[in-house]
Design a protein around this ligand. Structure first.
Ligand code: SAM
Length: 511
């Protein structure tokens, strides 16, 4: 995963005090975007790293990303005039950060690359980070200095510590929200420049983990550290993580609570950085999924979307498809905490959605796609565009998909087999229908626009609703939730025209 896209900036080097905490906890606001809300300096980033750090691109009006006007207009032109935008939390929102470690053991730099370079900018007071990420970074720096840990040197490919991933859990739901936020604990993953835990530098790795645990674990003054993990990476490219992960200290399982369920997230699986904003999005998403639906979650990660809908909307079936095999363990753990009353058939498939995409859509009423920034894979986009003709063909041949039945390629068959399968208690009738609703969740505005235009131009879908969420305040990014329905629909503009016509007609009739 490329570093520069993902990490951002920080806050004080210790746990925040209650006044600071209060300022970080401004409630989110839902803007109906037609009226321009006040742009005030109260929504300024006020981060001293802004000029050098590449994490944030905007320091004013954090509540209104620059792209918002364009987004609003785009949807208005497509007939969605009630687009809403949730401003979410403006500071201290980032609960997950991947940071480069460079410099020297007595002066480590932990942060992001300066724009267009591989020079790391130290960002101890980042305003986007959850304050406890900054506190954990400070602790890590102390450990590096004390134990003479060598930060990685990209030119010589020497050194020990390459990157660190910090993830904060806000899981403790027994606490009121402000306390829950401030007492969030940090899972620290040290990306170590060796092949495995058996390399000669492992003693130092273990000593560093012990230091973090002693100084920030349960027997320290402030229990800040949730756990310590190691990832081993020796490759010379820009990829942050290697394939080998080891749990070193603390709780192995990392739980979060979003969308109404407990969710397990291993350090190796994808997790949304802005936990609170993601929760808002999930709650909005739930309102578009009818009770008892059959549901496919494509680009599912650890299945958070699918499983939260399985519970909130009592889905008949939920099928999750994800390419990263590491997410499977998290999915299984999350299932173990779902309410016993749940009666859904649930499966998780380790597969590439672009491989025979129609097979994943079959049998579902609703499909959610949540692709990476680059947008939908072309074969999936193509399948969605031609969904109506696929349906017609299937009906004609009476068998929904003859190609499916004749499939012989072992890798395709293997991918279709569920890696995790939980049967429902009720035996539901199997359906071969294709989805009538498509919910597109996007973190890449440019690719979304293109995909959206392609879907609409195919006339297979029309756009019904759209919402925006401020997942990444201080950047140009916006998270979109768009609801498409099958068929061409009646454009709202057209509806208005016909109302006008009717009015004219009735005036004419009266005359
Ligand atoms: C933006 S994340 C969304 C994850 C999940 N929906 C969530 O919110 O936690 C995109 C996910 O798509 C996965 N992915 C990328 N390309 C894929 C593909 N071709 N097929 C299946 N999954 C893919 C990535 O591994 C990543 O987990």
């Amino acid at each position: 995963m490329a570093l520069s896209l993902f990490s951002f900036a920080a806050q004080p080097s210790q746990l925040v005090n209650s006044r600071e905490a209060h300022s970080l906890l401004k409630p989110s606001t839902l803007l109906s975007v037609s009226a321009n809300p006040n742009s005030s300096s109260a929504c300024a980033l006020q981060c001293q790293h802004f000029d050098s750090c590449s994490g944030c691109t905007h320091q004013w009006n954090l509540h209104r990303p620059v792209v918002l006007d364009e987004v609003t207009e785009f949807f208005r032109d497509l007939g969605v005039s009630d687009f809403t935008f949730d401003t979410c939390r403006l500071w201290g929102w980032r609960c997950r950060a991947k940071l480069a470690v460079r410099g020297s053991s007595d002066k480590p730099l932990i942060g992001l690359y300066e724009e267009g370079t591989h020079n790391v900018v130290d960002i101890p007071l980042c305003r986007a980070h959850h304050p406890n990420i900054n506190a954990a970074v400070e602790l890590l720096k102390q450990g590096i200095a004390k134990l003479d840990v060598q930060p990685y040197d990209e030119d010589s490919r020497t050194g020990e510590l390459r990157y660190v991933q910090m993830a904060v859990t806000l899981h403790n739901t027994s606490l009121p929200w402000s306390k829950r936020y401030i007492s969030g604990r940090v899972q620290i993953t040290l990306v170590w420049n060796s092949r495995s835990e058996n390399s000669p530098s492992s003693d130092k790795l273990n000593a560093l983990a012990q230091f973090l645990w002693r100084s920030g674990g349960p027997s320290s003054n402030v229990h800040l550290v949730h756990s310590v993990w190691a990832n081993f990476q020796t490759s010379s490219n820009n990829i942050i993580f290697g394939n080998r992960w080891r749990h070193l200290l603390g709780e192995r399982d990392f739980w979060e609570h979003v969308g109404g369920i407990d969710v397990s997230l291993a350090p190796s699986s994808f997790g949304q950085a802005n936990t609170r904003a993601f929760d808002s999005l999930l709650r909005k998403l739930q309102t578009y999924v009818p009770y008892g639906t059959s549901f496919t979650d494509l680009y599912a990660g650890a299945g958070v979307i699918g499983l939260s809908l399985a519970v909130a909307r009592k889905c008949r079936s939920v099928k999750c498809v994800e390419i990263n095999k590491e997410a499977k363990v998290s999915f299984e753990k999350t299932i173990s905490r779902l309410p016993e009353s749940i009666d859904s058939s649930i499966s998780w498939h380790q597969a590439d959605t672009s491989n025979e995409p129609l097979s994943w859509l079959e049998g579902s009423d609703v499909v959610v796609v949540d692709p990476p920034r680059k947008g939908l894979d072309p074969p999936l986009l193509d399948a969605l565009q031609t969904i109506a003709s696929s349906e017609r063909k299937a009906r004609l041949s009476e068998s929904s998909s003859p190609k499916e039945k004749n499939e012989k390629r072992p890798w395709v068959l293997r991918a279709r087999e569920a890696a995790v399968q939980i049967e429902s208690k009720t035996t539901w009738e199997k359906s071969s229908s294709l989805p009538q609703t498509l919910i597109y969740i996007s973190c890449g505005w440019e690719s979304f626009k293109e995909d959206c235009k392609s879907l609409l131009s195919s006339k297979a879908w029309h756009l019904e609703k759209a919402h925006g969420f401020n997942f990444f305040p201080g950047t140009q990014s916006i998270e979109i939730l768009a609801v498409f329905k099958r068929g061409q629909g009646t454009s709202k503009k057209k509806k208005k025209t016909s109302k006008k016509k009717n009015k004219l007609q009735s005036q004419y009739d009266q005359n």
